[in-house]
Design a binder for this molecule. Sequence first.
Ligand code: GN1
Ligand code: MG
Length: 359
Amino acid sequence: MDLSAICKALQLKGELVDFEVLKGGNINTTYKVNCVDGDKRYEYLLQNINKFVFKEPFKVMANIVNVTDYIEKHKDKYSLYNLVFNKTVDGIPFVVDENGNFWRSTLYINCTTFDSTDNLFVIEEAGNAFGEFIYTLRNFDTAILHETIPNFHNTKKRIEDLEKTIAISTKSKKIETKKEIDYILSHKKLASTLVDLIEKGKLPLRVTHNDTRSNNVVFHKETLKALAVIDLDTIMPGITAYDFADSARSICSSTADDEEDISKVYFNLEKFEAFARGYLKKMSLILEPKEIETLGLSVFIITLELASRFLEDHLKGNVYFKVKHETHNLVRARCQLALANDVLNKMDEINKIIHKYVK
Ligand code: GN1
Ligand code: MG
């Protein structure tokens, strides 16, 4: 892989002088590349799309371009920075290298991100950013989007996949994860609520981001105002609950999502109020009664779903998520389950807060 040739093919300005690998994402490999042209310096983000996760990167990029082009046309009403991808001479927003890897690039935003924060201003800003993103896309035709990861938030299927993996796991792995497996399977019916409502046509399909964790919003380093919603790979048709819930579970947790000491893990209602206030500021103008009714429960469902995904990946030997150590996915699963259980216990308070911010 020749980064310099990739930069040239994507028509980045100047010559590549150095680069660094950016940590944070669990899926793609991301570089910050510095290019120089005379006394001018340009900074870009260059990313290699994970082919194991995204089987058809071409479709991922088609979704991203369709959505960002749409936002560009409605830019006057969008307070955030819209991501624009660099194109080849033929107008294509990616290049494929000799190994069949897909590369794409945007301008680097000088910013800060938070895996976890206690700052309620930042939390409200994050909610606001994710809400504004989807609100801006409210009239976008979802039919033109590809389902790049089929059944991404089909919780019922996620749990069925886990059950299949359990069936072929070793006895020792089953003993190691018995408590977690029992918890997930005993909540399968409740966790299938959203899928059942979608099947009955009771929840409207919208454009959704589908990966709204806290560090997928970037902030101004000094003012801490939200600057942009990033990581648009999983944009697909979906329901509001997915985005609302994935944000809430990630932003309103008392810890990062791989806290080893689960006694420290709880769902922080003060954080949730700040998040909900931000997210619902614009979204409350368009949400339907059934969507509002299911937002609270969705926080439990999406947290349990992620626990199930982490647990399955642990049983499979860490093939999907990037891990720092052998049991990283098990740690993550336990952390998400502790959070999910606390969410369930606080469901009345969660719903009360939601109703405070919907008209
Ligand atoms: C993955 O790459 P990252 O960290 O933004 C995952 C999400 C999970 C998240 C958990 C395509 O997102 O669904 O919620 O890890 N993305 C994909 O940390 O599977
Ligand atoms: Mg992602």
